[in-house]
Design a protein around this ligand. Structure first.
Ligand code: PTJ
Length: 249
């Protein structure tokens, strides 16, 4: 569909179209459209912009990846449809590989997503040679070089139970989730309450900035971060936005 640039909801509609294309290309599943709709609703009541609490989470996420021994960035169908090029760029800037990890698993889709990410020059793991104990869903199928041995894992658009299992395996989890009330959001060590289409480009900027920063400063950024505070700020931002909108009626 051609979206006219003058349309007041241009960015939102273009993002939707990318996901629809992703489904047509076989990168994303139909359930991904539903997940996106939920994300859109939260984005709407957050004012469709990156808030300060999200910038803080994005910066801290980058600092913690730079400090990690074996970091990994997990990619699912929605992420590949919306920000394949950008997440490959982030991966290269942070020298952190990508791993394809799917909820609705199929070998064919894993390969399609991996090929797309590789076409942007990223290093991609998708062997699926080990199982993450304690997880029933097919998200348990992971790569022994990636999520399995990682100390820090970035999980965009997560579906719930994996975050808990990753935590049980002693991993430091960074989530990107527009829903600050989700189980993932509440269980992660760092929750980026922002749209992935804004979060990843912001993280690329922070990565370029912090790459040459001294290690003590990176440690201070991570030490000073309080995820419960960030989640409280996100929920308050929704409340304030709704109060403002009601007041304008
Ligand atoms: O490709 P697969 O098979 O791995 O499946 C991917 C989906 C997304 C379908 C799967 O992980 C799923 O069902 O996820 P959920 O349980 O619907 O959760 C997705 C979360 O991401 C929800 O809390 C949404 O609010 C949030 N979300 C959706 N779109 C965005 C988002 N957060 C940030 N940016 C978005 N664009």
């Amino acid at each position: 569909m051609q979206v006219p640039r003058s349309h007041p909801r241009y960015t939102s509609l273009i993002t939707r179209e990318k996901l629809v294309e992703g489904v047509k290309e076989g990168l994303a599943v139909l359930e991904g459209l539903i997940a996106h709709g939920r994300g859109e609703a939260f984005d709407y009541i957050l004012g469709e912009r990156t808030h300060d609490f999200a910038y803080e989470a994005e910066k801290t996420a980058v600092a913690s990846i730079l400090l990690a021994k074996s970091p990994i960035i997990s990619v699912n169908g929605n992420t590949a449809s919306l920000v394949a090029k950008e997440i490959a760029e982030l991966s290269k800037t942070l020298n952190t590989p990508l791993e394809v990890n799917l909820f609705h698993y199929s070998k064919e889709r894993v390969k399609k997503i991996a090929d797309k990410l590789k076409s942007y020059g990223a290093k991609v793991y998708h062997e699926g040679d080990v199982s993450l104990e304690g997880l029933e869903s097919t998200r348990r199928i992971v790569d022994s070089r990636g999520i399995y041995k990682a100390d820090v894992v970035l999980v965009p658009l997560e579906d719930g139970d994996r975050c808990e299992v990753l935590k049980r395996h002693g991993k430091f989890v960074i989530a990107i989730d527009l829903n600050p009330l989700s189980r993932t959001a509440r269980m992660a060590d760092i929750t980026i309450v922002d749209n992935i289409v804004r979060a990843i480009p912001n993280m690329i900027k922070f990565a370029r900035e912090l790459k040459s920063t001294n290690i003590n400063l990176l440690k201070k950024i991570v030490r000073d971060y309080d995820n419960r505070h960030v989640l409280r700020e996100a929920i308050s931002a929704i409340r304030d936005y709704l109060t403002k909108m009601a007041g304008e009626l």
